[in-house]
Write a protein that binds this ligand. Structure first.
Ligand code: AMP
Ligand code: GLY
Length: 419
C-alpha cells in the first residue's frame, strides 16, 4: 500500500513510524515532512495547506490511503478534496473539522446538547464584548473563534487585561479573521487531561489518556507553547472519571455531530479539565495532538493502519484497539527562544541506536546533515513499566542528543508523579 501523510511535525513522525509497522505498507509520502522524517518516508515539498497540490500529487502517485494530520488542511477540506478524487482518508471532512475550526461552533454545540463546558458568551461586535466585560466575572478567558496556532487563548486576571485582549483581537486584527468573533468564557480550575479518541461516527474508542505541559518554563511558568512534553497515562484520569467522560462527554459529542449532519470520522481530541464540579471540555481538536501523539502511539499495541482503515470504513466497533499497560514520556527539545524568536540551522546529532525513540519536528536537510529548522525541534520518547522510569529514560535520551541552542524543560512528568 502507498500511504500519504499530510503534515510535517513530531506528531506526523510518530504516525509514520507506527504506520511502517504494517507489512502491507510499501511506500510512505510525507507532505511536506521534514529533514528528520526523511529517514522514514519520502518527503515531498508540498505545503500541508496546498490542497490542490496535495490532491494532484496523490492522484499522480497512485496513493491508496491518505492520513491528514494537521488542523488547517482538515478545516480547509483536504479530506473532502481527496475523497472526491477517490482516495480514502483518515480524518474528518471540513463540515466536521469545524469542531476545532470554530470555537463559537463548538461552544454552541455543547450548550445545545448539554455537554459540560465553561459558561460562555459569543461576540461579533466589539461594543457588545466590551459592555459584557464591565460585569463579567474575573478572571475570565478570551478565545479567538478560529485557528490561531494555539495562541488564541488569553487568560485575563483583570478587567483591563480582558479589555485589551478583546480589543487586540476584534479591532486590531491580532489573529486576522480568526479573532473577528470571540468567545468569552468562565475561568475553570483543575488538572487538565488530553484524551484522543478514534471515532467513525457510530462508536468512539478513547485512547490512553495523556498530560501536556504547555508553558515554556519549568514549574509551568513562561509563555504558552505548542507543548513542551507529555506523559501517558494521565494519573488524574481515573477509571471512574473515564467512565463519566464517556457517558457525559464523548458519546454525546459524537452523537451531536451526527445529529447536526456533521458526522465526525477520524481522531477527535478532547481537552478536558477535571473541575470540582466534574470533568468539563476546554477544547475539541479535530486531529491527533502534538506532542500527545508521541506518547500515545508508542503505547498502542494494535496495528494503527488497521484501526485507521476501520474508522474510514465505519467498522471501528469490530476492531480491537489495545494499549500496553505501560507509561510513556516525551521531552521536547526546542530552540532557545521558542515560542518567540530563535536561531536555526544547527546540526542535530542523534546516536543511531536511539533514533527510533526520537520524533523529529523542526528540522531540515542541509548538505546531507539534519539541522534545526523550527521552534520545537524534536521529542525524545521512552516507554517503560512505570512513569518514573519512563521519565528518567526520556531524560537519559535527551542527554545523548545534541544541537546548539537546545532548550528543554526539566520537570516533564513531575506533577503527574506527585498526583
Ligand atoms: P486551548 O487552546 O483552548 O486548549 O487553551 C489553551 C490553554 O488555556 C488550556 O490548555 C488551558 O490551560 C487554558 N484554558 C483554556 N480555557 C480555559 C478556561 N475556561 N479556564 C481556565 N483555563 C483555560
Ligand atoms: N498539544 C495540544 C494540541 O495538540 O493542541
Amino acid at each position: 500500500m502507498r500511504i500519504l501523510v499530510v503534515g510535517g511535525g513530531g506528531r506526523e513522525h510518530a504516525i509514520i513510524k507506527k504506520i511502517k509497522e504494517n507489512k502491507s505498507v510499501t511506500e510512505i509520502f510525507a507532505l511536506p515532512g521534514n529533514g528528520g522524517i526523511a529517514a522514514d518516508a519520502t518527503c515531498v515539498d508540498i505545503k500541508a495547506t496546498d490542497i490542490e497540490g496535495i490532491v494532484k500529487f496523490a492522484a499522480e502517485s497512485k496513493v491508496d490511503y491518505a492520513i491528514v494530520a494537521p488542523d488547517d488542511p482538515l478545516v480547509l477540506g483536504c479530506v473532502d478534496a481527496l475523497e472526491e478524487e477517490g482516495i480514502p482518508c483518515f480524518g474528518p471532512r471540513a463540515c466536521a473539522a469545524i469542531i476545532e475550526g470554530s470555537k463559537a461552533f463548538s461552544k454552541k454545540l455543547m450548550k445545545k446538547y448539554g455537554i459540560p463546558t465553561a459558561e460562555f458568551e459569543v461576540f461579533s461586535r466589539l461594543e457588545d464584548a466590551l459592555e459584557y466585560l464591565k460585569t463579567a466575572p474575573i478572571p475570565t478567558v478570551i478565545k479567538a473563534d478560529g485557528l490561531a496556532l494555539g495562541k488564541g487563548v488569553i487568560i485575563c486576571n483583570t478587567r483591563e487585561e480582558a479589555v485589551a485582549a478583546v480589543t487586540e483581537m476584534m479591532a486590531d486584527g491580532k489573529f486576522g479573521d480568526s479573532g473577528k468573533t470571540v468567545v468569552i468564557e468562565e475561568f475553570l480550575e483543575g488538572p487538565e487531561v488530553s484524551v484522543l479518541s478514534f471515532t467513525d461516527g457510530k462508536c468512539v474508542v478513547p485512547m490512553i489518556s495523556s498530560m501536556d505541559h504547555k508553558r515554556a518554563g519549568d514549574g509551568d511558568t513562561g509563555l504558552n507553547t505548542g507543548g513542551m512534553g507529555t506523559i501517558a497515562p494521565n494519573p488524574y484520569y481515573t477509571e471512574e472519571i473515564a467512565e463519566r467522560c464517556i457517558r457525559e462527554i464523548f458519546l454525546p459529542t459524537v452523537g451531536a455531530m451526527v445529529e447536526e449532519g456533521r458526522t465526525f470520522k477520524g481522531c477527535l481530541y478532547f481537552g478536558l479539565m477535571l473541575t470540582k464540579n466534574g470533568p468539563k471540555v476546554i477544547e475539541y481538536n479535530c486531529r491527533f495532538g502534538d506532542p500527545e501523539t508521541q506518547v500515545v502511539l508508542p503505547l498502542l499495541e494494535s496495528d494503527l493502519l488497521t484501526v485507521m482503515k476501520a474508522v474510514t470504513e465505519e467498522r471501528l466497533s469490530e476492531t480491537e484497539v489495545k494499549f500496553a499497560a505501560k507509561s510513556a514520556c516525551c521531552v521536547i527539545m526546542a530552540s532557545k527562544g521558542y515560542p518567540e524568536s530563535y536561531e536555526k540551522g544547527f546540526e542535530i546529532t542523534v546516536p543511531e541506536d536511539i533514533a527510533d525513540k526520537v520524533y523529529i519536528a523542526g528540522a531540515a536537510l542541509k548538505d546531507g546533515k539534519v539541522v534545526t529548522a523550527g521552534g520545537r525541534v524534536l521529542g525524545a520518547v521512552e516507554v517503560a513499566d512505570t512513569l518514573r522510569s519512563a521519565v528518567d529514560g526520556a531524560y537519559a535520551l535527551v542527554d545523548k542528543i545534541s544541537f546548539e541552542n537546545a532548550y528543554w524543560r526539566h520537570d516533564i512528568g513531575e506533577r503527574a508523579l506527585k498526583a
